[in-house]
Write a new protein. Structure first.
Length: 385
């Protein structure tokens, strides 16, 4: 990819797409992930007979535990986190789950060790269900960490090669690897010497592993639909290119500046846009690419422009053909900073009827700016800018 002012050709980024600035959807997914983990850990205290009466060399039957109902879903949610948000955000969710799992285990141990109060007759039952022995806690947390980290790592590494294609390979491949590590660590740390025969232990581990992978395969259509919906909902996620097509991956505003250094000081240092790339070329050619978060293209007719001018400035005819709007956390402080950096104040921060705080500035090079902060989320995009 090249730009008008680039001094050498630049290829479009080949890295896989992830939501670089997670929205509130990420927090909801992490909450679901942790909830499934905690419920599964408690349910896993009960072993379940799936098939009984088999020969002794296979352990006499097929057994699992109560965690089999929900625990496979933690790997599906883990796939979603890694696929949409990348390895860093997936790791953050995994560590949160680990901390909550460890806290739950320690809490149950402490409560179980505390003397029962008057009239409480369920101490033995409580200890039988929630009195996790340290060995079980170690097995559970070790298997969880190894399995989930491997699951997220495999998703991201396969995505680096396949980009948006072959999602099924990422989902199944990661589960095959992650669930294997999780199942083997948990079963052998927790139950070596506990099961009466090695055949029973191996049957327990293999049955659980196959079941969890099958759940991933069966749930693929649902997982696909959820991932598509979240990708569309996340504003920071670059949309997948259509098969065989050329979709828009980025919108860039190219501005010709007479005083390059002054413009850099204003937009990079004053406004705080992030430096992404910069090039120097022959004959004094310079270009700097600054990141401004999410880019959108707003198309407004003249009555809409006049309405916005009236609200923000108090009169019509202020806006030219082009105006750049920046959403910031604190419009008032940013406006003060930019006027100190040389911007001309057209109109101070004003609370609009749609609950945003908008200011109008004239910045270099003859670029008119709207600086705004959302005070509520009840307005349409057309009303906000």
């Amino acid at each position: 990819m090249t730009t008008l002012y680039a001094t050498q050709p630049r290829r479009a980024p080949s890295a896989p797409s992830f939501a670089t600035t997670p929205s509130g959807t990420y927090a909801v997914i992490v909450a679901v992930f942790c909830g499934l983990l905690l419920i599964s850990n408690i349910a896993a205290t009960k072993t379940i007979t799936v098939v009984d009466g088999l020969p002794e060399f296979v352990g006499g039957g097929i057994f699992t535990d109560g965690g089999a109902f929900l625990f496979p879903l933690t790997y599906i949610v883990g796939d979603i986190l890694a696929e949409v948000y990348g390895l860093r955000q997936a790791k953050r969710a995994i560590w949160v789950g680990f901390a909550l799992g460890a806290l739950a285990s320690l809490t149950f141990l402490a409560v179980g060790a505390a003397p029962p109060g008057p009239g409480y007759e369920n101490q033995e039952a409580f200890l039988a269900v929630l009195g996790f022995v340290p060995r079980i806690v170690l097995a559970s947390l070790s298997g969880y960490l190894a399995g989930q980290f491997l699951n997220a790592y495999v998703v991201v590494k396969i995505k680096e090669r396949t980009k948006e294609r072959h999602l099924w390979a990422r989902l199944i491949g990661s589960t095959v690897v992650g669930e294997f590590a999780d199942t083997m660590l948990f079963c052998f740390i927790a139950f070596v010497g506990i099961f009466p025969t090695w055949g029973g232990l191996i049957s327990y581990a293999v049955a659980g592993y196959i079941y969890k992978v099958l759940v991933e395969v069966i749930m693929l259509p649902v997982t696909y639909a959820v991932i598509r919906a979240i990708k569309r909902r996340e504003p920071g996620y670059a949309p997948a290119l259509p098969e065989g097509g050329t979709g828009v991956r980025q919108m860039r505003l190219v501005v010709a500046v007479e005083n390059y250094d002054a413009a850099v000081r204003f937009y990079r240092d004053g406004l705080g846009l992030a430096l992404e790339e910069a090039y120097d070329g022959e004959n004094g050619a310079k270009v700097m690419i600054l990141g401004a978060g999410r880019a959108t293209l707003e198309l407004s007719n003249r009555p809409q422009i006049d309405m916005i001018d009236t609200v923000e400035v108090g009169r019509t005819g202020v806006s030219g053909k082009y105006r750049v709007a920046f959403e910031v956390d604190d419009a008032a402080s940013v406006t003060d900073r930019l006027t100190s950096a040389g911007a001309e104040l057209i109109a101070p921060p004003t609370t609009t009827p749609w609950n945003s705080l908008n200011a109008r500035l004239q910045g270099p090079p003859e670029v008119q700016l709207t600086i705004f902060t959302e005070l509520a989320t009840t307005a349409s995009p057309a009303e906000r800018s």
